[in-house]
Design a protein around this ligand. Structure first.
Ligand code: CMC
Length: 436
């Protein structure tokens, strides 16, 4: 963080003395006004529900230019990572700041692979859930329960513990997500097979059975790997901020990541891929392309409560670069599976075209986000709709950990403790019950 030459001056119309506030510069992106001493200087807080203008941390991991539609992990454009690297390279990059060289790559892949199994007791814990439980409900529990199974890596202030917890989480998430799926299906769990790639192993644990050999389709493997890369991190989004806030109390890494899973579940965040596909299904059921006009009318009616899911973003005011890559993957997967005429894909493309020309969306700079097409890809691969957000959680785990570790290592880190503007009752006394 570099102090800028200029300062910000806050003045008051009631004659209170003005205060000078330091301004800091990042490497790219907007400067920030440092208000940490504001309360001590003025007795006032700032008010910013939803963090519309508040940087809650400094970070060197991910940068988004929302106007340009640019996403960089550690400086590398997402388009290059998605075409030149695999997910585990991306994990290494996010965790360590640089892409691995050949031997670092081999060692990292081996390390993650060595931790793919989960404690055998996990399956008995899983059995306590209803078979029809939502996989995100199950995953919130399973990830939180990891702290009960891996007591030797729960000290967030110990760098060795953080390192091993990071590897365990990245390695075990595919195993847990597929276990949650198999449990719901009533099928036997598949143990990880470590000579497969990260994505290939996940495909086998999801769709293989002990009765026959499972052959990984390289197009689907690559598509899944790309989904993982595109979802790996996204700077200070709701779930990442949740992980940071949760971890700021000194709780263990598994508990902090479980908080992230819970936050991701919501339809305004990771749950949007599920919501987007359900939306497409609904439009299709009501008549498909013919009904788009009517649907868009509902979306524009503020009283309807209907949103175009998979559209809009707090930061992107341009096409989400991940959506472009996801659309490309969508084309590849559908072609591989002979589903080029998939009605939902056609519907999604038509819906996108109409929305991008509509004044409502144009004036609000609402563009497709990553979730608009990721549901179609996942569905084509065979992943059930209610597991989409679980796949997102699997991929985002590395981002959560990288951000959590960055926070713990930051000398400016403090427990997160927002303030409030109190609007409730002033002090009052309890009277008799008869007078209430
Ligand atoms: N459909 C219809 N109107 C929308 C939509 C949408 N999807 N998104 C935003 N708007 C309108 C909103 O009603 C508001 O209109 P007005 O100015 O007339 O009141 C304006 O656009 C600005 O929206 P906002 O709600 O102030 O924006 P926000 O930054 O608070 O919300 C968002 C961002 C992603 C929650 C929102 O765009 C949304 O709910 N989108 C649909 C859900 C979705 O696709 N979420 C996935 C996000 S990307 C993956 C991830 O990060 O998890």
């Amino acid at each position: 963080m570099k102090l800028a030459d200029n300062k910000a001056t806050l003045s008051f119309s009631n004659g209170s003395p003005s205060v000078d506030l330091p301004v800091y510069q990042g490497s790219i992106g907007p400067d920030v006004i440092d208000i940490r001493k504001l309360y001590a200087q003025t007795g006032m807080f700032t008010y910013d529900p939803g963090f519309l203008s508040t940087a809650a941390t400094q970070s060197a991991i991910t940068y988004i230019d929302g106007d340009k539609g640019e996403l960089l992990y550690r400086g590398y454009p997402i388009e290059q990572l998605a075409t030149k690297c695999d997910y585990l390279d991306t994990c290494y990059l996010l965790l360590n700041g640089e892409l691995p060289n050949e031997s670092e790559r081999t060692d990292f892949h081996k390390l993650v692979t060595n931790h793919t199994m989960v404690n055998e007791q996990m399956q008995f814990f899983l059995r306590g859930f209803r078979r029809d439980a939502h996989p995100m409900a199950v995953l919130t529990g399973l990830v939180g329960a990891l702290s009960a199974f891996y007591h030797d890596s729960t000290d967030i202030n110990n760098p060795k513990h953080r390192e091993i917890a990071a590897i365990r989480l990245i390695a075990k998430m595919p195993t847990l997500v597929s276990m949650a799926y198999k449990y719901g299906m009533g099928q036997p769990y598949m143990y990880p097979q470590n000579d497969l790639s990260y994505a290939g192993n996940f495909l086998r644990m999801m769709f293989g059975t002990p009765c026959e050999e499972y052959k990984v389709n390289p197009v689907l493997e690559r598509a899944l790997d790309r989904i993982f890369i595109l979802h790996a991190d996204h700077e200070q989004n709701a779930s990442t901020s949740t992980v940071r806030l949760c971890g700021s109390s000194g709780t263990n890494p598994f508990a902090a990541i479980a908080a992230g899973v819970a936050c991701l579940w919501g339809p305004a965040h990771g749950g949007a891929n599920e919501a987007a596909l359900n939306m497409l299904h609904d439009i299709q059921a009501q008549g498909g392309v013919e009904k788009i006009g009517e649907f868009i009318k509902q979306v524009k009616d503020k009283n309807s409560g209907v949103k175009l899911m998979g559209f809009g973003h707090r930061v992107y005011k341009n096409y989400d670069p991940r959506a472009k890559l996801m659309q490309e993957t969508c084309n590849e997967v559908l072609a591989e599976l002979g589903l080029e005429n998939d009605p939902l894909f056609k519907l999604a493309k038509e819906l996108e075209k109409i929305a991008l020309e509509d004044e409502y969306f144009v004036s609000r700079k609402l563009y497709p986000n990553v979730d608009f097409y990721s549901g179609i890809v996942q569905r084509a691969i065979g992943i059930p709709v209610n597991l989409f957000t679980g796949v997102f959680a699997l991929a985002r785990t590395v981002g959560w950990i990288a951000q959590l570790n960055e926070m713990i290592g930051d000398p400016e880190y403090k427990i997160g403790r927002p303030r409030q503007l109190f609007t409730g009752s002033e002090r009052r006394d309890i009277g008799t019950v008869a007078k209430r």
